[in-house]
Design a protein around this ligand. Structure first.
Ligand code: NAP
Length: 460
């Protein structure tokens, strides 16, 4: 694995680096979080709900500092970093308001006695998170588990270590008890040891298939429950009757938000042939009007990728796609910079035997597929090992709902690109992983549904 370093992808300059923790620092962190779990078991979640409200407030107060640091470390547009903080404030407020209710005991219908289950914390959870949304990915796990009473050990991505430290600090500043979230710059070997430790009861990972496989394997070997939120190759299906205004509006950022580095970004744009030329023109219009520059500047609309390494990986994939028969419909002119800029590109004619057909391209690359009709569109959408999100663009909402039900993904948005909010479950099927984050569903990921049944009357 790479070192924990802050490198500004706009100019490829390192501005901070961090060391792995010592064995005793790791042990202290495990002890502190475990003791907090034991303490929280005796406390009402409503107390923590109040503190989570304070954390939301503290995120608001520290928004500028946090947004700027995220931009400096992974290159996203400052405006998008600010939006990310806003989403996280909303998620914290959502769980602060509803979390305690979700944990109320659940009565059960049975003739065997008076039965119900209580929803209890299970212990310390290890959160292993990616860089693409440095705050949001952490809050998705932290906020619900904070209400449940599961403290978090955070292993963040190697390229956003400053953001990880700042998130920990903001949570601490909000009167959250010591140990609510502890950030550790763990090596992969240290991570494996932490997973093994009996004080850890679950592992939540968001990241690539490669990372997911390694961490899920460690979790499995040690019988630790896990959730895996992995990559996607989302289909964006445009039907014959798509509303042109909606289509134009949605395509504005469906493939370029966060420089295309969103797990649910509309990576495969699947268009029925009657709308193919129109869609290509719309996309070219969007791509050619982007303005590359410093992501801290308000006028910039095209940010660099998160690292030069990511740019090189994407370039290799695009080269292989073209060698494999893909056509370049449009590419943005070369961007003269020593940063991690990738010139957005629109590819067509990607056959099923093309090396990238079943790969995730993590950057501003639109793969556009022309299909005869809706049936072929659905078949193509499902012809993927991934199953994270999808979109259907159509004027006929009922029909779009039918189409949505036929797509093998965890989420489908009608007449929009990907979306997220505290109340909406997030997650996928197939090789996009398992489990859900956010909403009531996500909150139950590491809850012990503890059955209590009173059978006194049967045994008198
Ligand atoms: P990644 O390489 O898998 O990294 C994710 C996290 O796992 C990082 O903290 C990373 O640490 C760690 N990790 C990776 N390999 C590991 C290993 N062998 N052992 C232990 N830890 C390991 O993912 P990424 O490429 O940075 O992130 C982008 C991917 O995340 C994309 O595929 C994207 O689609 C997916 N994603 C999914 C969702 C979702 O909700 N489904 C959301 C966002 C992103 P290091 O940084 O130290 O390597």
């Amino acid at each position: 694995m790479a070192k924990y370093q802050s490198i500004n992808p706009y100019n490829n300059t390192e501005f901070a680096s961090y060391k792995n923790p010592t064995a005793s620092q790791i042990d202290d962190a495990l002890n502190l979080t475990h003791m907090l779990y034991k303490k929280w078991r005796h406390e009402d979640p409503a107390t923590r709900a109040e503190i989570l409200g304070e954390i939301a407030h503290s995120l608001e107060e520290n928004k500028d500092e946090l947004a700027k640091l995220m931009t400096l470390e992974m290159g996203k547009l400052l405006k998008e970093a600010e939006e990310e903080v806003d989403i996280c404030i909303e998620i914290c407020n959502y769980y602060a308001k509803n979390g305690s209710d979700f944990l109320k005991k659940q009565p059960l219908e049975t003739n065997l006695g008076n039965a119900y289950y209580i929803k209890q914390a299970t212990g310390v959870i290890l959160a292993c998170e990616p860089w693409n949304f440095p705050l949001y990915q952490v809050i998705r796990v932290f906020a619900p588990n904070f209400i449940v009473g599961n403290p978090i050990i955070l292993k963040h991505a190697h390229n956003v270590p400053g953001s990880a430290a700042l998130i920990e600090k903001i949570i601490k500043r909000s009167k959250a008890p010591e140990g609510s979230l502890i950030n550790l710059y763990l090596s992969y070997d240290q991570l494996a040891d932490v997973i093994k430790d009996p004080r850890i009861q679950g592992v939540a990972l968001t990241g690539s298939e490669r990372g997911g496989i390694s961490v899920a394997e460690e979790a499995g070997k040690n019988l630790k429950k896990s959730t895996m939120e992995l990559g996607g190759n989302d289909a964006f299906i445009i039907l014959d009757d798509a509303d042109p205004t909606i289509l134009r509006n949605v395509l504005q950022d469906a493939r370029t938000y966060n420089a295309g580095q969103v797990c649910t970004s509309s990576k495969r744009i699947i268009v029925t042939k009657s709308r193919y030329d129109e869609v290509l023109k719309m996309l070219k219009d969007v791509f050619s009007n982007l303005k590359p520059g410093d992501p801290l500047e308000k006028t910039t609309t095209l940010a660099p990728l998160n690292s030069v390494k990511a740019k090189e990986k994407l370039q290799k994939q695009v080269d292989e796609a073209i060698d494999g028969g893909a056509q370049v419909y449009y590419q943005f002119p070369e961007i003269n910079s020593n940063g991690a800029f990738f010139s957005p590109i629109i590819l067509t004619d990607i056959g099923k035997d093309n090396p990238v057909f079943n790969q995730e391209l993590f950057g501003p690359v639109a793969e556009v597929f022309c299909v005869e009709d809706e049936n072929e569109a659905i078949k193509l959408a499902n012809n993927s090992s991934y199953g994270l999100g999808s979109s259907v663009i159509s004027k006929d909402i009922e029909h779009a709902q039918d189409v949505a039900a036929q797509i093998e993904t965890g989420m489908t948005v009608i007449n929009g690109r990907w979306i997220t909010a505290g109340e909406l479950p997030f997650g996928g099927v197939k090789r996009s992983g398992y489990g859900r984050e956010l909403s009531e569903l996500g909150m139950m990921a590491f809850v012990n549904e503890h059955l209590v049944i009173d059978v006194t009357k049967n045994n008198r």
